[in-house]
Design a protein around this ligand. Structure first.
Ligand SMILES: Cc1c2[nH]c(c1CCC(=O)O)Cc1[nH]c(c(CCC(=O)O)c1C)Cc1[nH]c(c(CCC(=O)O)c1C)Cc1[nH]c(c(C)c1CCC(=O)O)C2
Length: 357
């Protein structure tokens, strides 16, 4: 359906979303104020989240469209952020293809039988849109409710998904993962390629349902040196980003501790590169090179300091970003459960009123 075929209301909404500060910054166009959203903005920092999640497991809540839509809306209503991020988890598509896994509170995703051999690989079948019907349904509800506020869809990148699958759960040193990557490069490449297929489909489902941007989370890839990233990870991440290129929605690519990988993560095909708090944004821009917007990068733990200190550190981020082609303000990683929601609301207000030009 072309824009002209749409009913009037939807057409107006679509163009208002297109003209939002968030999408303009992603496209590196001038903005009225610096747009801001927070990774993990929905979740345990919000009392209204704890209330609606009572007695419902994390994975079950991801499969309940009305509930997932409500949780996605909560931080938009409360903080007045410039974008919503679809409430789900990076392991949802793996669960959807039948991998036996759970999300353990305070721990993270735990896989019953890790994937470490060629025979194990056969368990990673293709994802079909029907497997994740609840995603399209939740996003349909959301695009109606969000008005001109854009919705960000997301997925875990092949390396980060592989690290959970191969380790069997969260890991500090990624020992089994690296043993496989260095010990059996062909099996590793095949594993990442399978995950790239699944992830590409998961993102397509979200875009076709109405997501206005997508973020590919390679949260743990900062564990790798650049040469290993280029050889063993970049081809699979590039395949995912390429799979959704034709939709024309901005593709954000983010990892933690990835200061040495920023240029390569841009090369993988992102339109926006997410930066954690370890590299100032002006330096990050030099590493990424021209033609890409940046997202970040206040240290989340700064939010635990008094307001004046939060504002001083925020000002530093805004000043480092002043010369960028496009900047979306975010934390350098996700909101944590003990964060004061009021501090986050104040931060949004501060960024909106203190944009540096
Ligand atoms: C690595 C990763 C995961 N999940 C995700 C990543 C990449 C982002 C990152 O680097 O932080 C992505 C994710 N997970 C969740 C979102 C929601 C959208 C948002 O508001 O950003 C997003 C974008 C919900 C969630 N995913 C999870 C929660 C907490 C579960 C709960 O509320 O019971 C939420 C709100 C569970 C989860 N799932 C995962 C972890 C490490 C945890 C935390 C475990 C814990 O501390 O209890 C895996």
């Amino acid at each position: 359906m072309s824009a002209n075929d749409r009913p009037m209301g939807q057409q107006t909404k679509t163009s208002a979303t297109h003209e939002s500060a968030f999408l303009k910054a992603c496209r590196r166009e001038p903005v009225p104020h610096t747009p801001v959203w927070f990774m993990r903005q929905a979740g345990r920092s919000l009392p209204e989240y704890l209330k609606v999640r009572e007695g419902i497991s994390m994975l079950d809540s991801c499969m309940m469209p009305e509930l997932a839509a409500e949780i996605t809306m909560q931080p938009v209503r409360r903080h007045k952020v410039d974008a919503a991020v679809y409430f789900s988890d990076i392991v949802v598509p793996l669960k959807a293809i039948g991998i036996d896994l759970d999300i353990k509170p305070g721990v993270g995703p735990v896989i019953a039988e890790p994937i470490r051999t060629r025979a194990d690989l056969a368990r990673l079948r293709d994802l079909t849109p029907e497997d994740v019907w609840y995603v399209a349904e939740a996003i349909g509800l959301l695009t109606a409710e969000l008005g001109s506020t854009p919705l960000i869809g997301f997925a875990g990148a092949p390396f980060t998904l592989a690290s959970y699958l191969v380790e069997g759960g969260p890991s500090r040193n990624h020992e089994h993962t690296k043993a496989l990557m260095y010990g059996d490069p062909q099996l590793w490449a095949d594993l990442l390629d399978r995950l790239a297929e699944i992830t590409g489909t998961f993102l397509k489902v979200q875009i076709e349902a109405g997501a206005s941007a997508v973020q590919l989370f390679d949260s743990w890839v900062g564990a790798l040196a650049p040469a290993d990233y280029r050889r063993s990870v970049l081809p699979a991440s590039a395949k995912v980003l390429d799979a959704v290129a034709s939709y024309g929605v901005p593709r954000i690519h983010f990892g933690v501790g990835t200061g040495e990988l920023l240029g390569l993560m841009g090369e993988a095909g992102a339109d926006v590169v997410g930066v954690d708090w370890r590299v100032p944004l002006d330096e990050a821009a030099r590493r990424v090179g021209p033609g890409k917007a940046l997202q970040g990068n206040l240290d989340p733990s700064v939010l635990f300091a008094p307001t004046a200190a939060v504002e001083a550190k925020t000002q530093e981020v805004l000043e480092a970003a002043a010369g960028l082609e496009g900047h979306i303000f975010n934390l350098g990683h996700g909101v944590t459960p003990n964060m004061d929601p009021d501090a986050l609301s104040r931060l949004v207000e501060y960024v909106h009123t203190n944009t540096v030009r």
